[in-house]
Design a binder for this molecule. Structure first.
Ligand code: ADP
Ligand code: 5GP
Length: 193
């Protein structure tokens, strides 16, 4: 279908301090909205148990990431909690052109980029934890991070939480059912527009 006959795709960006419950909420969202296509980022982070190359991330080493970046193939990239993360320009362009709604799991740097680059199309939803103490509990409970990574993520969370009111929507994830129904309502609203 030509670009003229199709509406451009929607861009939904989910941003939250690590451990807030973003992945848990996204998994449910993708199952309720199968039309949503999730952007798969590149990262230099080590793979966690259960993560798959090409599904959760494209896992690459640092020289490879820097080569891809050097070729200008990232729409945006950032150093997040000590690891590189980057969004593929080709992936976004192809889907945006054919009208598919896209969903992204990004940090605040990525969210800021999208708001600037696609001001009328990108909608950013910030997910907040009830407190830093609860965030720490959730990160520990997940059993995926080293002590060093937990400390870094908590330190970065303090800064990220200062941004919670800067975006289009803010959801407090104190209760997963309540947070999910709010997310469901917001995403339905964005997709219907
Ligand atoms: P993120 O993707 O934001 O890093 P996860 O979705 O991996 O966070 O959630 C971190 C941990 O917190 C997981 O073990 C998850 O099951 C748990 N969790 C998520 N939401 C809640 C909630 N509302 N109450 C209690 N635990 C939660
Ligand atoms: P994790 O290491 O827990 O998978 O992700 C850590 C952080 O990196 C999360 O806040 C996640 O949203 C962010 N992130 C993942 N991919 C990208 C990306 O391509 N760009 C940016 N800016 N952040 C990303």
């Amino acid at each position: 279908m030509s670009k003229a006959t199709k509406k451009p795709g929607k861009l939904i960006i989910i941003v939250a301090p690590s451990g807030s419950g973003k992945s848990t909420l996204l998994t449910r969202l993708k199952s309720d909205f199968p039309q949503l296509c999730e952007s798969v980022s590149y990262t230099t982070r080590a793979k966690r148990p259960g993560e798959e190359h090409g599904k959760h991330y494209f896992f690459v080493d640092e020289p490879e990431f820097l080569k891809i970046r050097g070729r200008g193939e990232f729409l945006e990239w950032a150093l997040v909690h000590g690891d590189y993360k980057g969004t593929s320009i080709k992936f976004v362009q192809e889907h945006l052109d054919c009208g598919t709604p896209l969903i992204f799991d990004l940090d605040v740097q990525g969210a800021d980029f999208f708001k600037k680059a696609f001001p009328n199309v990108a909608k950013v939803i910030f997910i907040s934890p009830p407190s830093l103490a609860e965030l720490e509990k959730r990160l520990r409970h997940r059993h995926t991070e080293t002590e060093e990574s937990i400390q870094l993520r908590l330190k970065n969370a303090e800064k990220e939480l200062e941004r919670m009111h800067d975006y289009d929507y803010n959801i407090l994830n104190d209760n997963i059912e309540k947070a999910y129904s709010e997310l469901f309502r917001i995403v339905s609203e964005i997709l219907e527009r």
